[in-house]
Write a protein that binds this ligand. Structure first.
Ligand SMILES: Cc1cc2nc3c(=O)[nH]c(=O)nc-3n(C[C@H](O)[C@H](O)[C@H](O)COP(=O)(O)OP(=O)(O)OC[C@H]3O[C@@H](n4cnc5c(N)ncnc54)[C@H](O)[C@@H]3O)c2cc1C
Length: 410
């Protein structure tokens, strides 16, 4: 087992960190000012994207890039420490063309797109010319059980007609967002996991309406978590991804890597929260002591370090498993990190906010925003309970196989 980063990853870490230090951190105040002024996508981000691409810091997330596709060829294990660095600033991943939900969509198109879909949708995504969203969740049904999804994708002539309502669709308010990958029912009579399909719906198609951008815990996201209606939206049959009934199989392929990327970025956010906590605890005094000299604060710092390192190791193991044995083989570990890392993030941020006192609840530090994002991830991409269910089921299945043996061995 090797715990050191390879020379290649060390170099890339240095480069990504340098880019963040030179271009991203200094632009943070500008980004906030422009977003507060109503910008959905501050224009200077496009300049920074060009710069990142010119420096070779592009599409770092996609291990299977073809020779003619732009970007670095890294494994998930190699990508993890880089995503961690990018994750420290909430808007930074887009600069490296590594942001959700596009990364998941690019994975899907990479695996399943026809040559025509590849040309029309995947190539511009890989080049960062457009963005995309993923539309599964619906207001009217419990969407953590995706078999409930009701949106209808009905065959009609040489195409499909889409009708339904989605919400919390991240990225749909981005001015460059050109299409949604929509999950809906193509055959209500089929077996439960063969009823749904995925289809590419251009956002400028007649009948697509963005109803609102939903603030999350009073935070406004410029890219949006949007409610979208699809009313009699005609889509060419060529936009269907893979085949009718393949929606669940595709979702499994998409959500594995997508979830692990969130966790990688979260680790970086936890590190940032811990750094801030330590700095504040070293400079603030109460009752004759620096805050870190109070035993409970020292314990918070120690616990945070232990929990972050545990979480990182598990994320790296999941990444290694995906690289070595594929997303399906890593399903248990991906569920484990998805249930663990957001909880670590909210715990570490909560302690850091407490150490900062009132300031920790303000927008003068990133902590409240980081806590909120950790809280979001306890629901987005599947709530904790669903991931715990996956882990428990696998554990019980293994237990069933061992039944009788454990007692004989002990
Ligand atoms: C900020 C944000 C961004 C999002 N972005 C997207 C996006 O881009 N695209 C998209 O399609 N969706 C997105 N989502 C939606 C998210 O994926 C869903 O909210 C999530 O899957 C849960 O679905 P639901 O809200 O319908 O909750 P429900 O399915 O109604 O579940 C409610 C609660 O029931 C409990 N529960 C569910 N199953 C079990 C179980 N087996 N055992 C015990 N308890 C259980 C959980 O506590 C769960 O939180 C986003 C959500 C947020 C908050």
């Amino acid at each position: 087992m090797e715990f050191e980063y390879s020379p290649k990853v060390q170099t890339l870490r240095h480069q990504v960190q340098g880019f963040m230090d030179d271009h991203v951190v200094p632009a943070q105040a500008r980004w906030e000012r422009e977003v507060a002024g109503g910008a959905a996508h501050p224009a200077f981000m496009e300049d920074l994207k060009e710069l990142a691409r010119a420096e070779g810091l592009w599409n770092l997330f996609l291990p299977g890039l073809a020779d003619d596709e732009p970007g670095q060829r890294l494994s998930n294990l190699e990508y993890a420490p880089l995503a961690e660095i990018m994750g420290r600033v909430i808007w930074a991943s887009e600069l490296f063309n590594c942001s959700a939900p596009d990364t998941g969509n690019m994975e899907v198109l990479h695996l399943f797109a026809t040559p025509q879909q590849r040309e029309r949708w995947l190539v511009p995504l890989l080049e960062g010319r457009i963005r995309s969203c993923f539309a599964m969740t619906e207001p009217d049904v419990a969407s953590s059980d995706a078999t409930n999804i009701q949106t209808v994708i009905r065959r009609s002539g040489d195409g499909y007609v889409v009708n339904g309502r989605k919400w919390f669709i991240s990225g749909a308010a981005h001015p460059n967002c050109r299409f949604a990958i929509v999950l809906g029912v193509t055959d209500a009579e089929a077996e439960r996991h063969r009823r749904h399909s995925m289809i590419i719906v251009p956002l400028d198609a007649p009948g697509v309406g963005i109803v609102r951008n939903i603030p999350v815990m009073h935070h406004h996201s410029p890219e949006g978590h949007c409610e979208i209606v699809f009313r009699d939206v005609h889509v060419p049959a060529a936009n269907l991804i893979h085949e009718e009934g393949a929606g669940f199989a595709i979702a499994q392929a998409r959500l594995g890597p997508g979830r692990i990327h969130h966790c990688m970025r979260s680790i970086g956010q936890c590190e940032l929260a811990l750094e801030l906590m330590c700095e504040r605890a070293a400079e603030r005094r109460t009752f004759g002591k620096y805050l870190h000299q109070h035993a409970n604060v020292a314990e918070w710092i120690a616990r945070s370090r232990i929990e972050i390192d545990q979480a990182r190791l598990l994320v790296l193991k999941a990444a290694w498993l995906i690289d070595r044995h594929g997303a399906a083989a890593a399903a248990r570990e991906v569920a484990m990190i998805k249930a663990l890392v957001p909880r670590v993030q909210t715990d570490v941020c909560d302690r850091a906010m407490q150490v900062f006192g009132a300031m920790g609840l303000s927008a003068d530090t990133p902590l409240a925003g980081l806590w909120t994002w950790g809280r979001v991830l306890r629901i987005a991409d599947g709530p904790d309970e669903v991931h715990l269910r996956t882990v428990a089921r696998q554990e019980m299945a293994a237990s069933a196989e061992r039944r009788g043996v454990t007692m004989r061995r002990s």
